[in-house]
Design a protein around this ligand. Structure first.
Ligand code: BGP
Length: 487
């Protein structure tokens, strides 16, 4: 028997959390409703594939901000939750908009209207038997904390985040069991894209600063905030399961050349550093060596090491979309083409295809990732993002055919089954990204659709907002109903 024997006609373990994943800023809309203050994503302009989004100073009158209205879930959540229930979701991952709860971030008291919105949402989910899986910050820091305090440059923002976490843990302690602290805490390692450090940490690198030092210093405060929140959360409800959440893109060596193999190993540190600290509770030696070499000083204070050690997470959530490949010597048969895998020395992998947005399609990479993570950390894992962004068209009869998305998800679920049923990985659940069409994070587009539910809205904010089922809706409903047996 081989791993591929587990592709079909095998069920996942009972209780496996089949779900869907979203993020407040990408679908709620109501950007200033119910007392909500502006967040760092509310000043991001629209971009498109190859045209980066701009971080504007303030909300300009005549500018279009895709996240302001998004798909108006804020006013339509009952209709949408009913659709999620019809699909049979066991869990829904989403985030609590930090600036809905603390509009400026540094108030003494939280905003009751914001708290009530999530009470109503969690009640609606639980009414349909859907477990909320909640990210505390999914790139949604209050803009005031970024502007006035410099985001996580300041240790004061650690306390503001921990207070936000404590308010949420206490308010929803009987409704939410699964939590994560920071979404993709590690994507800011790619310091060449200002979008990541801004949305993750509320930080912009100034002229003449060492970008990696700025990133690591803000990262230290985020790691403290994560650890302190875990400690507070477990004191409020010891049954909470609080996870880290990392973006993961496995990095392959282009060849068996030991230089390629070692370059891939070194490059993986860009992915592992943050989860290493959140899972193990201490800074890895490869990072300490980098700080020494580069003269990077981390704002470590007495007691920080103890906090990191005590505040380790219960599980590792992660996003998986694609893999990338690196080559130590770029001057040979790849004619120096640098593939937009987001890494220096990255090259196209000749064995796999890519999506229209250039994201490599690699289901085996997900099985590989599950094994690498489980071997490294030996704690439960949770795939909280996986999906296929593509253009979808509505036919004259109202049907929407998305065979590419079904193929992508089917092949990745087959990889998940092999990792769990053949390799023995402990996996809590699988929540495909963008269960309903939402605003793309990197481009601000609606055109890059992930959903199994279509939303009539375009890149410029036009459309009826009508929800429509794609072919993948019924396909995924059957996957869940059969606990993964029917793919
Ligand atoms: C991850 C984010 C999600 C989501 C996803 C897809 O980085 O955690 O918020 O957006 O990327 O990316 P995009 O929306 O740009 O296609």
């Amino acid at each position: 028997m081989t791993a591929s024997d587990f592709n079909e006609k095998k069920r996942m373990p009972e209780g496996f959390l089949w779900g869907g994943a979203l993020a407040a800023h990408q679908f709620e809309g109501g950007w200033n409703a119910g007392g909500k203050g502006p967040s760092v994503v509310d000043v991001l302009t629209a971009g498109e594939h190859g045209v980066p989004r701009r971080i504007s100073d303030k909300v300009e009158e005549n500018e279009f901000y895709p996240n302001h209205e998004a798909i108006d879930f804020y006013h339509r959540y009952k209709e949408d939750v009913a659709l999620f229930a019809e699909m049979g979701l066991k869990a829904l991952r989403t985030s609590i908009g930090w600036s809905r709860i603390f509009p400026n971030g540094d108030e003494e008291q939280p905003n009751e209207e914001g708290l009530q919105f999530y009470d109503d949402l969690f009640d609606e989910l639980l009414k349909h038997g859907i477990e909320p899986v909640i990210t505390l910050s999914h790139f949604e820091m209050p803009l005031h904390l970024a502007r006035e305090y410099g985001g996580f440059r300041s240790r004061k923002v650690v306390n503001f985040f921990v207070k936000f976490a404590e308010v949420c843990f206490d308010r929803y302690k009987d409704k939410v069991k699964y939590w994560m602290t920071f979404n993709e805490i590690n994507n800011k390692m790619d310091v060449r894209n200002p979008l990541f450090l801004w949305t993750n940490s509320g930080v912009i690198v100034e002229e003449g600063e060492n970008a990696r030092e700025v990133m690591y210093r803000a990262g230290h405060h985020e790691l403290l905030a994560s650890a302190l929140s875990v400690i507070k959360g477990k004191a409020i409800n010891p049954d909470f399961l609080i996870g880290a959440m990392a973006s993961h893109v496995p990095i392959y060596p282009f060849s068996s050349n030991p230089e390629d193999v070692m370059l891939a190993e070194e490059s993986m540190r860009e992915r592992y550093f943050f989860p290493d600290v959140q899972v193990r509770g201490y800074y890895p030696s490869y990072a300490l060596k980098e700080f020494e070499r580069e003269g990077i000083s981390i704002p470590f204070e007495d007691g920080d090491a103890e906090i990191l050690k005590r505040g380790t997470v219960d599980y590792l959530g992660f996003s998986y979309y694609m893999s990338t490949t690196v080559k130590s010597d770029m001057q040979d048969d790849t004619d120096g083409k640098v593939f937009n895998g987001g890494l220096a020395n990255s090259v196209e992998n000749p064995y796999i295809k890519s999506s229209d947005w250039g994201w490599a399609i690699d289901p085996t990479g997900l099985r590989y990732t599950l094994n690498r993570f489980y071997d490294r950390y030996q704690i439960p894992l949770f795939i909280v993002e996986n999906g296929f962004g593509a253009v979808d068209n509505v036919e004259d009869d109202g049907s929407i055919h998305d065979p590419q998305r079904i193929d992508y998800l089917r092949s990745h679920i087959e990889a998940v089954k092999q990792a769990v049923l053949y390799d023995g990985v402990d996996l809590m659940g699988y929540t495909p990204w963008g269960i309903i069409d939402i605003v793309s994070f990197t481009t601000g587009e609606m055109k890059k659709r992930y959903g199994m539910i279509y939303v009539d809205r375009d890149n410029q904010g036009n459309g009826s907002m009508q929800r429509m089922k794609k072919d993948s809706f019924e396909w995924y409903r059957k996957v869940i109903e059969s606990n993964g047996e029917e793919l």
